[in-house]
Design a protein around this ligand. Structure first.
Ligand SMILES: Cc1ncc(C[n+]2csc(CCOP(=O)(O)OP(=O)(O)O)c2C)c(N)n1
Ligand SMILES: [Mg+2]
Length: 560
């Protein structure tokens, strides 16, 4: 032990370690299992703010959204057992979305370990499949080493969540140890030979297409990539809920490759001869259930660029796999000069198809939700952040909203409900100067409605839209398709959402027709409080393109 070092308890060493790694906001719900950490936070309160949430599900989404927005690990604290189980949802989202996160969870003291003591869980087993690494810090002197390891792992290669368990006795113990400097981000870069092969493949293509997606991006790389795509006159799409990686106003942008894909875009991808995929895993949602690309050997020559070496060749055999971080890849692309004359007309057509697809379609009812999304698209500031969860209501946003650059969208690519509101709270706390809107469904919203209390407590004037159709509409749609007319477990009796928001000290209103929306939104914005606008839509309007009764009718006809 070096005598010039101050003796600190484990909680303080941990708090100092977080400050050393640049953590300014952390999210969580307290527990008696990690009291020394809360005590440590007391000492560093001027540098690190701990956002106390109302449910670990909300807190874990906030940490995930913070990581997604800032590119720095989102930090989450949950107590052992029940806190750890509640908090799993945001970790699953972070894993599937490749979002850097460092999760700390209380653990029973080592003196009781393995007895199934109060709230004891083996986190290595429970969280193993949801994280990149699960560790447990058993010795107080090793806190700085473990925390540094966790931050490096969360950020390296393909980013993702990491979990550290904190046995209670270790946190109360004291040690005299040195801090570790700020973590470094380790990401691979493409080899010159890879870039040469990429240039040759793309230049030889007749029908090239580009897909951008996944995690590990940053604003500068997205802007640089946009310029490169436009210079090469290439058409590009974005993977499911990664629509903000390419400014949707770019002449190269051809739409999102996710649920409810434009059929013409799907056709374009199937017909492509060379596809460059940068950052996307090519998961089920981005491949139309593994149909846009045949598994394991696609008919298109695939250039697959990914930060995680293990994700290359995982499903698809790429003609050219390139293990690279996105910034390094985009930098290397600058030297790749392509003549786009061969495919320029196809790119223009792809853009026209996108524009035609995003024309607002008719919708039953007095409140045209498509028009509302178009209004938001035009009225919100360019850098507004639009957060969303899961449900059919999100389809209108995917189709009609034009994301105008990096991190104007925060969504859960694992299709996880309840994400929009907590993501909006985290975004507003991280970027108070930006307008932040959460678009939620009536089912989706109440999965984490309680986090309005967090928004109110920390002064986060977000604007939440609740698209109310009185049901778990997505499931009802699938139900009508598979078992027409046999409604089961999908109807919802809802509270008065506007009154609910007001009960938290927020602003609340209900809108029942299209013309009521803009003034209501302006009032919500002007209120300066967390605000909620309920949109009463016609339950018949089940997607942007069809009605509930049409789905039922088609199903019945198929059965005849
Ligand atoms: C956490 C979670 N639980 C359940 C589901 C399954 N699920 C997907 S969409 C959906 C219904 C969403 O309802 P709502 O928010 O009202 O949106 P709507 O489809 O009606 O527009 C459900 C239950 C899920 N994706 N995530
Ligand atoms: Mg609904």
């Amino acid at each position: 032990m070096r005598h010039d070092l101050k003796v600190r308890h484990g909680g303080r060493i941990l708090a100092d370690a977080l400050v050393g790694h640049g953590v300014q906001l952390a999210f969580g719900v307290p527990g008696e299992s990690y009291l020394p950490v809360l005590d440590g936070f007391h000492d560093v309160a001027d540098r690190l703010k701990f956002i106390v949430c109302r449910q670990e599900g909300g807190a874990s989404y906030m940490a995930e959204a913070y990581g997604k927005l800032t590119g720095q690990p989102g930090v989450l604290f949950v107590t052992r057992g029940p806190g750890a189980t509640n908090g799993a949802i945001g970790v699953h989202t972070g894993h599937q979305d490749s979002t850097p996160m460092v999760v700390f969870v209380g653990q029973v003291g080592n003196e009781f370990a393995e007895r199934e003591a109060f709230q004891e869980i083996d986190y290595r087993r429970m969280y193993g499949p949801l994280t990149k690494w699960v560790g447990q810090i058993d010795r107080v002197e090793r806190i700085p080493e473990y925390v540094s390891h966790a931050f490096h792992t969360a950020m390296a290669g393909r980013p993702g969540p990491v979990l550290l368990a904190l046995p209670e006795d270790m946190l109360f113990a004291e040690g005299a140890v040195a801090d570790v400097p700020h973590y470094k981000t380790v990401r691979p870069a493409p080899a010159p030979a890879d870039m040469d092969a990429l240039r040759k493949m793309l230049q030889a293509a007749e029908r090239p297409f580009v897909i951008l997606g996944g995690g590990g991006w940053d604003r500068a790389s997205c802007d640089q990539l946009r310029a490169w795509l436009e210079g090469a006159q290439l058409a590009a799409g974005t993977s499911f809920r990664c629509q903000d990686l390419l400014d949707n106003r770019s002449p190269s942008y051809a739409g999102d490759v996710g649920i409810g894909i434009n059929p013409r875009l799907a056709q374009r991808i199937r017909e492509a001869d060379v596809v460059l995929v940068a950052g996307a895993r090519l998961g089920e949602m981005t491949t139309g259930g593994y149909t846009l690309f045949q598994a394991p050997v696609p008919s298109q020559a695939l250039i697959h660029v990914h930060g995680g070496a293990e994700d290359l060749g995982r499903v698809y055999h790429a003609a050219l796999p390139i293990n690279s971080g996105m910034a390094n890849f985009v930098e290397a692309l600058a030297a790749v000069k392509l003549d786009g004359a061969k495919w320029a007309a196809r790119t223009r057509q792809a853009r026209e198809d996108y524009q035609a697809w995003t024309e607002v379609q008719p919708m039953p009812g007095k409140l045209h939700y498509g028009e509302v999304v178009k209004w938001l698209d035009a009225a919100l500031p360019e850098d507004a952040i639009v957060c969303g969860g899961a449900g059919n209501f999100s389809g209108w946003v995917h189709r009609y909203f034009r994301y105008k650059g990096f991190r104007t969208q925060l969504g859960s690519t694992n299709g996880s409900m309840g994400y929009g509101l907590p993501a909006a709270v985290a975004a507003k706390l991280a970027a108070p100067q930006r307008t932040v809107v959460a678009i939620t469904g009536d089912g989706d919203f109440l999965m984490n409605g309680q986090e309005l209390a967090t928004a109110a407590q920390y002064g986060a004037p977000i604007i939440v839209l609740v698209v109310n159709n009185g049901m778990y509409g997505t499931i009802r749609m699938h139900q009508e398709r598979e078992y027409p007319g046999r409604i089961s477990a999908t109807e919802l009796k809802n509270p008065d959402f506007a009154a609910y928001a007001r009960a938290f000290g927020g602003h609340g209103e209900r809108v029942e027709s299209t013309d009521q929306f803009a003034p209501a939104f302006e009032r919500a914005r002007a209120s300066g409080k967390p605000a909620l606008i309920e949109l009463r839509i016609d339950p018949e309007a089940i997607t942007t393109g069809t009605t509930l009764s049409a789905v039922r009718k088609q199903a019945l006809e198929r059965r005849r």
